[in-house]
Structures are given as C-alpha cells and as structure tokens.
Design a protein around this ligand. Structure first.
Ligand code: FES
Ligand code: FES
Length: 161
C-alpha cells in the first residue's frame, strides 16, 4: 500500500508521519499516536463515539482518512483537559454523572464542546439536537443533557470571572 507524508497538529502538538493512504483518522489517532481516548464503535459513522474536533468542528474519525487531514488541527478528548485541570465539560460530566461505562463519553464531550463553542446559552432542545448523533447504550440521555447544561453554566461563570 502506498505511503504518504502527513503533518497533523493534534492537541497542540505537531506530528509528521508516513501513513498508508487508506489509514483512517481513528486508527491514526489510536494506533500511530496512542491517543486511545477516541473510541471506535460502529466504524460506519453512526454511533459518534469516534468524534473529535477537526479545525474546531466536530467530525467522525472513522469516516476520514488521515491523509485527508494533512495540515489540519485536531482536538481529541485528551486535549480538552487533565484530571487536575478539567475542561468545564469534563467537570460537568463528572459532577452530573453523565456516564456509566464511558464508551460514548469522549464523543459526547466533544459534541458538547462544539455546541458550547457555537452557542454558550443552549436550551434543552439545542442540547438534545447536538448529542442526537451520539449513541449511548447505558446511561440514558437525561444525565448527559444535564451535564451539558451544567457545562454551559460553568463556562458562563468562568467568563464572568
Ligand atoms: S465509530 Fe465512528 S461513528 Fe461509530
Ligand atoms: S456511558 Fe456507556 S455507552 Fe454511554
């Protein structure tokens, strides 16, 4: 299989790699970079568990080849925050118990970040729509929606300083 040289900025760090031309972005993140926070469920663009931000917008990594993202900026769940310094969305999912097994959680959180970057004051309908492309088979959506509402509140509060 032919190899191509790509340069991607992932979570603020620049990576220059030779990749198979048909390598999925999900495999590039997980296998080449070891960023296994991006989960792979359906591999068909249905479940949303593989969602990351590509140039600031949420997108499914199982539907993109790494070579298509040459020169792009990617943010995975690992780039949101750390255990000691959580992103408000991570803090909110923790506070509101927005997860059980955690499989869908990285994708849910990235979808939430995308929504809140666009709309700091989402109503319930906006939140439902934003996470509607992400499937959760265990938590039920109630606490996930409450988590996104809480994240919006935390982000507004931090802006007020
Ligand atoms: S693994 Fe990509 S949408 Fe399900
Ligand atoms: S928390 Fe298990 S799939 Fe959502």
């Amino acid at each position: 299989m032919s190899k191509e040289h790509v340069t991607l900025v992932v979570n603020g760090q620049t990576y220059k790699k030779d990749v198979d031309s048909r390598m999925l972005l999900s495999d590039f993140l997980r296998e080449t970079l070891g960023l296994t926070g991006t989960h792979v469920g359906c591999e068909h663009g249905v479940c949303g568990s593989c969602t990351v931000l590509i140039n600031g917008k949420s997108a499914r990594t199982c539907l993109s080849f790494a070579v298509q993202c040459d020169g792009f900026e990617i943010t995975t769940v690992e780039g949101l925050g750390t255990v000691n310094e959580m992103h408000p969305v991570q803090q909110a999912f923790w506070e509101k118990h927005g997860l059980q097994c955690g499989f869908c959680t990285p994708g849910m959180m990235i979808a939430a970040v995308d929504l809140l970057n666009e709309n700091p004051n989402p109503d319930r309908e906006d939140i439902v729509e934003a996470v509607s492309g992400n499937l959760c088979r265990c938590t039920g959506y109630q606490t996930i929606i409450e988590s996104v509402e809480r994240a919006a509140e935390l982000m507004r509060n931090s802006e007020r300083g």
